[in-house]
Ligand binder design. Structure first.
Ligand SMILES: Nc1ncnc2c1ncn2[C@@H]1O[C@H](COP(=O)(O)OP(=O)(O)OP(=O)(O)O)[C@@H](O)[C@H]1O
Length: 256
């Protein structure tokens, strides 16, 4: 039987203080599809993504990844299948050196020796970090963007089939951001990317899902969202610069 890499059915999540952060979420993502997840601050993006490595467990409804239902006994297998890059790299980096951070995941998977070295070095190079320069350093002493790239390398080194990224381009300078877009574009993986960067969504994802107050309010072609100014306005989204409107449509266009 064929399974989508990600199948979410009627997922609800309520925090202990009563905040209803996810409401009846239904989302299926096909193999190698890249989907952008957008929405205002507090709309539920991180809450949804934290379900993918078992940090949050579905309270009602279900998440199936590959053939595995998100349940405590499947977590180890699910973590081999799905790589999650957190919004804040400090939540992900905790070893004395960058090299140990990047090898941590594959070591846990039982990868050793040359294969381990090869995977970690390749993952670091993929995010433009020279392993011999950055490997011995302590992640605490790196810049925000460097930390983010180490966190991404650690996940890539586990060779997941599904990649889930929370705000991957936040904190990156324009060149690193562009390199990240190339990298994500080159990976033949299923990807779910939470972002405020609509330009990145447009470049990488044919499909975008908009969350608002815990509900999916739009699920369709990224191009269509960018053409719907009311939808954008309602959900605190802004058009990428490459999409700016012609001068003459401004309300107060100066006379020429
Ligand atoms: N630990 C928590 N306890 C209670 N409420 C929480 C907790 N974490 C998040 N929330 C609330 O749940 C809702 C969804 O938050 P979430 O962090 O998922 O939003 P987000 O879309 O990722 O926002 P951002 O764009 O700011 O990252 C918000 O109303 C938030 O205040």
């Amino acid at each position: 039987m064929h399974h989508n890499p990600i199948d979410i059915r009627n997922l609800n999540y309520e925090y202990p203080d009563g905040t209803q952060a996810l409401k009846a979420i239904n989302l299926s993502i096909k193999a190698t599809e890249r989907v952008a997840l957008v929405g205002a601050n507090g709309s539920g993006k991180s809450t949804l993504l934290l379900h993918f490595n078992g940090l949050l467990i579905p309270q009602t409804g279900s998440i199936v990844v590959g053939e595995l239902t998100m349940e405590p006994q499947n977590l180890k297998a699910i973590r081999n299948f799905v790589g999650l890059v957190f919004q804040n790299p400090d939540d992900q980096l905790f070893m004395p050196t960058v090299w140990e951070d990047v090898t941590f995941g594959p070591l846990n998977q039982g990868v050793k020796g040359h294969e381990l070295e090869h995977r970690a070095a390749a993952a670091m190079k993929a995010v433009c970090l020279d392993p011999s320069h950055y490997g011995p350093r302590n992640a605490n002493n790196l810049s925000g963007g460097e930390k983010k790239r180490v966190a991404i390398a650690g996940v890539l080194a586990m060779q997941p089939q599904v990649l889930i990224l929370d705000e991957p381009s936040a904190q990156l300078d324009p060149r690193c951001r562009r390199e990240l877009i190339h990298l994500l574009d080159s990976l033949p993986l299923t990807q779910l990317i939470a972002t405020h960067d609509l330009d990145l969504a447009l470049e990488l994802c044919d499909r975008t899902v908009v969350l608002s107050e815990g509900s999916i309010v739009f699920d369709g072609p990224t191009e269509r969202i960018l053409g719907d100014s009311q939808l954008l306005e309602r959900h605190a989204l802004e058009l990428p610069l490459s999409y700016s409107r012609p001068y003459c449509q401004l309300d107060h266009a100066p006379a020429v």
